[in-house]
Design a protein around this ligand. Sequence first.
Ligand SMILES: Cc1cc2nc3c(=O)[nH]c(=O)nc-3n(C[C@H](O)[C@H](O)[C@H](O)COP(=O)(O)O)c2cc1C
Length: 166
Amino acid sequence: MSLDLIFSRRSIRRFTNEPVGMAEEKQLLQAAMAAPSANNFKPWHFIVIRKRETLDRIAAVHPYAGMLKEATLCLAVIGDPAVNGDYWILDCAAATQNILLAATALDLGSCWLGVHPREERKREIGELLGMPDEMEILSLVAIGHPAELKQPRTQFDAERVRQETW
Ligand SMILES: Cc1cc2nc3c(=O)[nH]c(=O)nc-3n(C[C@H](O)[C@H](O)[C@H](O)COP(=O)(O)O)c2cc1C
């Protein structure tokens, strides 16, 4: 199996207005829920956001989410700390990465938008999405048909690798 998929995943921030299909949406969510999870407790929940008004409102409160004005889909990745303690962060990060890789495999563009651990962003976006207080949002993923091309790359750096001990 080739690693091309991993190296091809790039942050895409320009999108066409063609909607993401429902079958693709399902595949993205299946990929998210196939992620590894500590104890396999799977503390995650997802909100599928397609409404233009909501996408634009998030873009207005998140300082680095301008691409949501073009994205046709956004997935919010949410964790329940009552289910897996602080592991919700790691489990939801793994789910987020799976969404990005699945989007790449489906020829969609995607970009991870950081929310946790910025408390103000968490509060504003949590309110906007009507989230219960006990849930925590880890990330948003902007998704759409890409309107920009980025080259695959590895970023491999041999200086970051040590053998056997530090
Ligand atoms: C935790 C995290 C938060 C990020 N938040 C944002 C963000 O808010 N807005 C954005 O445009 N990109 C965001 N990114 C994407 C990074 O900027 C991007 O991954 C990095 O520049 C490397 O580029 P690449 O994804 O094309 O390899 C985030 C990535 C991570 C892992």
